[in-house]
Design a protein around this ligand. Sequence first.
Ligand code: PXG
Length: 291
Amino acid sequence: MKIYIDGKYYDKNKAKISIFDHGLLYGDGVFEGIRAYNGRVFRLREHLKRLLYSARAITLSFPMSMEKMENEVLKILKLNKLSDAYIRLIITRGVGDLGLDPRKCPRPSVIIIADKITLYPPEIYTKGMELITVSTKRNIPEALNPCIKSLNYLNNIMAKIESNRAGVPEAIMLNKDGYVAECTGENIFIVSNNTLVTPPCWAGALDGITRGVVMELARKKLKIEAVERNFTPYNIHTADEVFLTGSAAEVVPVNKVDSRLIGNGSPGPITRELIKEFRSLTHCDGVPIYS
Ligand code: PXG
């Protein structure tokens, strides 16, 4: 497997960065997780735009044009002969000294990894996943804004440790006001009165690409409403259906939250319909790798 680092291609075991890179020393950098299905990169431009916005938000200069970045993603997929893949794009502040001042880092580093995907076990998609609400709160937007997909995921990792210790695969994170924000690596939706509801970004949710696709599918294909609105754990406990969305996870039904069954305890009809629509869209839509 070849990995792209700053214009060169390295074998997996030779792909290394400096220990003085501020991405390592301070989590100073941004990233994206993208999927390719059936020879096409799904929502590539949307992911690149979010990467650009994350970089702008932390005043990290984008080290190449969007067009070049897009071509490099396609090239690494071709080099590795991949048609179905998980792509990790990383921009770090680059090499500096042992002080956090980014002015000491003259050049950002770009890393592109394209690998086979490891997924949740298939029964999660047919039976549903269990969640718990954890005590770790989502970062407040006035500090490190959760809209920025930065390399500093400690906030989410602390939440993940709580769910790990409870023996549950994912954690629901609330914001400081007690409203639901998102999970550690997925957005959350509830279905109530035939309407999809997901927390707004200003409540502490990432503006997820899958979240956007699912809202569009709900409106266009299922002809149901999809809205951004604040809600609390009570609204999750009493919802008809609950599911998660993310590029890695896709659309994941939730069957149990905080030891309460959701609906009748198996994936609901709207969730199942959205999983079906999402799979058929990802199968045929996206930027072609081999053309
Ligand atoms: N919220 C957070 C905090 C995320 O990191 C999502 C929501 C979903 O967004 P997209 O655009 O993917 O629909 C993410 C992204 C992993 C992994 O290995 C997953 C993400 C990020 C990093 C790693 O499971 N999800």
